[in-house]
Ligand binder design. Structure first.
Ligand SMILES: [Zn+2]
Length: 262
């Protein structure tokens, strides 16, 4: 970091620690990253993607500790809130159901959406996955095309070119700073480029993420030759991103982006 201390008295050359009174500049990439930058950005992308899906229409973040495969992925088609797991005891008849949070607590939204039996949701996921397997060839063609599109749109050179420029600018900055010359313009340019690089990295990570999700689906469809006969929790975790409950159907969105109504 440059400008860690600054001179308070030019006669005595007394310097004190700079607590933000004059601008400070960090020099980046002077040592190896603890986490490779690429992995860091991929994790960031995944976090953003997940949090997007999990913020309900009322803007509240629903973060239940439940690890159930359906928690955080079932949404209400009417009010947009998340569905929550409930143990129901209806005149002695026990069942596990999922209900919209707006019907369980005050979310500020009036909702009439239906209550669904957990077993029914499980069967709907089987139906949805089987629909994909049943139309395997068509989906594989689409997946392949989508993967190719992602690849063709990915330009790996943007980031490395920015890095090259940044390295040069940092050298200039250090040289100017060491010879006590003004380096404000260069520092500004460095900040601008860092922002640009951050954007480019996020974009790159986003593309890498969607490519991986497409390939995962492709892999599954290639492996799976027969229809599923029963509910498979692992497959739900692996393939399904979101389930939206409507009066007359469930819409199941796969991680690859494909949607199926059941
Ligand atoms: Zn609702």
């Amino acid at each position: 970091m440059l400008q860690k201390t600054y001179t308070v008295d030019f006669l005595t050359k007394k310097r004190v620690v700079n607590n933000g009174i004059v601008p400070q500049y960090y020099v980046e990439n002077n040592h190896e990253a603890i986490i490779p930058r690429e992995i860091f950005m991929q994790v960031q992308e995944e976090l953003v993607r997940r949090s997007r899906g999990h913020i309900s229409t009322s803007g509240k973040k629903r973060n239940f500790s439940s690890n159930h495969v359906f928690s955080q992925i079932i949404f209400c088609g009417e009010c947009g809130e998340i569905y929550r797991r409930v143990h129901w005891n209806n005149r002695g008849k026990k069942s596990i159901v999922w209900r919209c949070v707006s019907r369980l607590e005050n979310t500020g939204l009036t909702c009439h959406s239906r209550t669904v039996l957990e077993d029914m949701i499980g069967l709907a996921t089987v139906d949805a996955i089987n629909k994909l397997i049943g139309q395997k060839d068509g989906f594989l063609t689409i997946l392949k095309e989508n993967i190719e599109t992602v690849i063709s749109e990915t330009d790996n050179n943007i980031v490395s070119e920015i890095d090259k420029k940044l390295e040069e600018l940092q050298k200039d900055l250090l040289r100017l700073a060491n010879s006590k010359e003004d380096y404000n313009d260069i520092a500004d340019e460095i900040y601008r480029l860092r922002e640009e690089r951050h954007k480019a990295l996020a974009e790159e990570a986003g593309k890498k993420g969607s490519k991986q999700r497409l390939e995962e689906m492709e892999k599954f469809l290639n492996e799976q030759s027969t229809l599923l006969e029963e509910y498979d929790e692992q497959l739900v975790r692996r393939l399904i991103e979101k389930i939206t409950v409507y009066d007359d159907k469930l819409t199941i969105e796969f991680k690859s982006g494909v949607e199926v109504d059941v």
